[in-house]
Design a protein around this ligand. Structure first.
Ligand code: AMP
Length: 499
C-alpha cells in the first residue's frame, strides 16, 4: 500500500488489536479501532465522491462527535487538508476562512446549511450534534477506501490561529509535523494501550484534535469521549480512566467538585496546557489528589515544544524542557540570543514547526527565520534548573514611561495577596507615560479584598513604574474556549481610563 505518513502513524498504534475499544461514547456504547478506521475510510470515500482531490481543503464547522473525528482522519486518508473551524464563529465571520482557504467541501450543521450556501460554491455536506447528516449518510453507503499516498511534506491540516490581533492566519501543518510531534508526546508521557484518556477538549483546536486524539491513536490507547467539558462528567469518568488532558480552567473547576480525591485515585497522569496554569492551582491539585499536574507548552503553529518531565520534577509555573528534536532559544525576536537570566522571545525549530501561513508569504518570512526558527511571540525565561517559564506574549508587554513591564511579574504578586483569586495586568493609553499599567482583579469572594489592600501588599515588592496605576475589581476575566484570558478585550474596555 502507498504510504500516507500521518494516517499510517495513527493506524500503527492499534495494529494487531483492531478489536480493542478505541472510544467509549457519551451514550454508553463503545467503538473498536477497527470500526473507527472503517468509518474514517468511508468518510474518505464520501469526500472523494463529492469531488475532493488531493491537496483540497475540507472545512468543517461541526459539533464534537465521533463522526467529526472520523471526518478528520477520513480527510487525511483522502489526501485532503483538514480545516476545522471553531463552532463559536458566527456565519458572518466565516467569510474570511472561506475566501482565504477556498475549501472544496464545507461540512456544517444542517441548520447552518442555507447560510453557508450563500457564502460559498463549495460542496456542502452536513453533520449534526448527534453525528447524523448528509455526510454520514454518504459515508454509510460508500465503499471504504484505502488511504491515498501522502508524504511528510504534504499538508494534512490548516488551523487558523485565534487571531487576537488582525485576521486569523491559517497555519499549514504537514503530515510530518503532526506525526512526529504526536509520536514524541506519546513516548515522553509514556502512553500505552492500557491508557484510557478522558477527551473533553474541543476538536477544532490543536490541543483536542492533535495532542489528545493523535497521542491516543498512536499509543493504541482508548478515549472516554465527551462532547464538551462538564466537570461532573469528567469526575465521574476518572475511576475508569488513566489520563486527562485539559486547559487550566478544567483543573480549577474540578477542584470545586466534591469527591475529587477518590475519583482521581487510579489516575496516572494529568496534563495541562494552552494557557498558563497558576502555581496555586498546581499546589491545590497536589494537595487534594496527590498528583503533580504536568504542564506543557505549544501553539497552533508548532504543535508542542516543551513539557515538564514524566519522571523527575514537575515545576509549577514552568512549562518544562524542550522536547526531543526541538531546538529552543530566547532572543530579541530577530534571532540574536539574549544573555542568560534575561527574558527573551521564544524561538523554536524542529520537525513540529509548521510550513508557514496559508497565502501569507510575507508574514511567514517575518516569523519563520531563514535558519528554520519560528518566532513564537511569547516571552520566556529559563529558571535555575533550565526549565522554561512563559512570562507572557511580546505584544502584551507594557511600556510605561519607557520602561518594560512584564505583566506576569505583577500578576504573580497580586495573585499572592490573600483574598485574590486571579488577575490580569495590561497596559492602557496614558497621556504622560504612553502606557499605564493597570490590573483587573478577581477577588475570591465579594469584599474579600480592596484596591488599597492590594496596593499596600505589592508596593514594597515592585518598582514604582511597574505598580498598577489603577486596580479594577471584577467578577470574572473574559476567557476564550481554550481558557485563555482575552487581554485584547480588556485593553479595549479600559482604553479610555486615563484619557
Ligand atoms: P494556540 O495557538 O491557540 O494554542 O495558542 C498558543 C499560545 O498559548 C502560546 O503562544 C502561548 O502564548 C499560550 N500557551 C500555550 N500553552 C501555555 C502554557 N502552558 N503556559 C503559558 N502559555 C501557554
Amino acid at each position: 500500500m502507498p504510504k500516507n505518513v500521518l494516517f499510517d502513524t495513527l493506524r500503527d498504534g492499534s495494529r494487531g488489536r483492531e478489536d480493542a475499544v478505541f472510544a467509549r461514547l457519551p451514550d454508553g456504547t463503545t467503538l473498536s479501532f477497527d470500526a473507527f478506521f472503517d468509518g474514517a475510510a468511508r468518510m474518505a470515500a464520501a469526500l472523494v465522491r463529492n469531488g475532493l482531490k488531493p491537496g483540497d481543503r475540507i472545512a468543517a464547522q461541526v459539533a464534537k462527535t465521533m463522526q467529526a473525528l472520523q471526518l478528520y482522519v477520513g480527510a487525511v486518508m483522502a489526501g485532503g487538508v483538514f480545516l476545522p473551524l471553531n463552532v463559536a464563529y458566527k456565519t458572518a465571520e466565516l467569510d474570511h476562512f472561506i475566501t482565504d482557504a477556498a475549501p472544496t467541501i464545507f461540512v456544517c450543521d444542517p441548520e447552518a446549511e442555507p447560510a453557508i450556501r450563500a457564502l460559498t460554491d463549495a460542496r456542502i455536506l452536513t453533520l449534526d450534534p448527534c453525528g447524523r447528516g448528509s455526510l454520514t449518510a454518504a459515508a454509510q453507503t460508500a465503499t471504504p477506501m484505502p488511504p491515498l499516498a501522502r508524504g511528510g511534506d504534504d499538508l494534512a491540516a490548516i488551523l487558523y490561529t485565534s487571531g487576537t490581533t488582525g485576521k486569523p492566519k491559517g497555519a499549514m501543518l504537514s503530515h510530518r509535523n503532526l506525526a512526529s510531534n504526536s509520536r514524541t508526546l506519546a513516548q515522553i508521557w509514556q502512553f500505552t494501550p492500557d491508557d484510557v484518556l478522558i477527551h473533553a477538549l474541543p476538536i477544532f483546536h490543536t490541543h483536542g484534535l492533535f495532542v489528545a486524539t493523535n497521542v491516543a491513536l498512536i499509543a493504541g490507547a482508548s478515549l472516554i469521549f465527551q462532547p464538551g467539558f462538564d466537570a461532573a462528567a469528567v469526575l465521574s469518568a476518572m475511576p475508569q480512566a488513566t489520563a486527562l488532558m485539559g486547559v487550566p480552567t478544567f483543573y480549577t473547576r474540578l477542584l470545586q467538585q466534591d469527591g475529587l480525591a477518590e475519583a482521581a485515585h487510579n489516575m496516572r497522569l494529568f496534563i495541562s496546557g494552552s494557557a498558563p496554569l497558576l502555581a496555586d492551582t498546581h499546589a491545590q491539585w497536589g494537595a487534594v489528589t496527590g498528583h503533580q499536574i504536568l504542564e506543557r507548552y505549544g501553539m497552533t503553529e508548532t504543535n508542542m515544544n516543551t513539557s515538564n518531565p514524566y519522571e523527575g520534577a514537575r515545576r509549577p509555573g514552568t512549562v518544562g524542557l524542550p522536547l526531543p528534536e526541538v531546538d529552543l532559544r530566547l532572543t530579541d525576536g530577530k534571532g540574536t540570543p539574549v544573555p542568560p537570566d534575561t527574558p527573551g522571545i521564544v524561538e523554536v525549530r524542529g520537525p513540529n514547526v509548521f510550513q508557514g501561513y496559508w497565502n501569507l508569504p510575507e508574514k511567514t518570512a517575518e516569523e519563520l527565520l531563514p535558519d528554520g526558527f519560528f518566532v513564537t511571540g511569547d516571552i520566556g525565561q529559563f529558571d535555575d534548573a533550565g526549565y522554561l517559564q512563559i512570562i507572557g506574549r511580546a505584544k502584551d508587554m507594557v511600556i510605561s514611561g519607557g520602561f518594560n513591564v512584564y505583566p506576569k511579574e505583577v500578576e504573580a504578586l497580586i495573585d499572592d495577596v490573600p483574598g485574590v483569586m486571579e488577575s490580569a495586568v495590561i497596559g492602557v493609553p496614558h497621556p504622560d507615560f504612553g502606557e499605564a499599567v493597570i490590573a483587573i482583579v478577581v477577588p475570591d469572594a465579594a469584599d474579600a479584598v480592596t484596591e488599597g489592600m492590594i496596593t499596600d501588599a505589592i508596593a514594597p515588592e515592585l518598582a514604582r513604574y511597574k505598580q498598577p496605576k489603577r486596580i479594577e475589581l471584577v467578577n470574572a476575566l473574559p476567557r476564550n474556549t481554550m481558557g485563555k484570558v482575552q487581554k485584547n478585550l480588556l485593553r479595549q474596555q479600559y482604553a479610555g481610563l486615563f484619557r
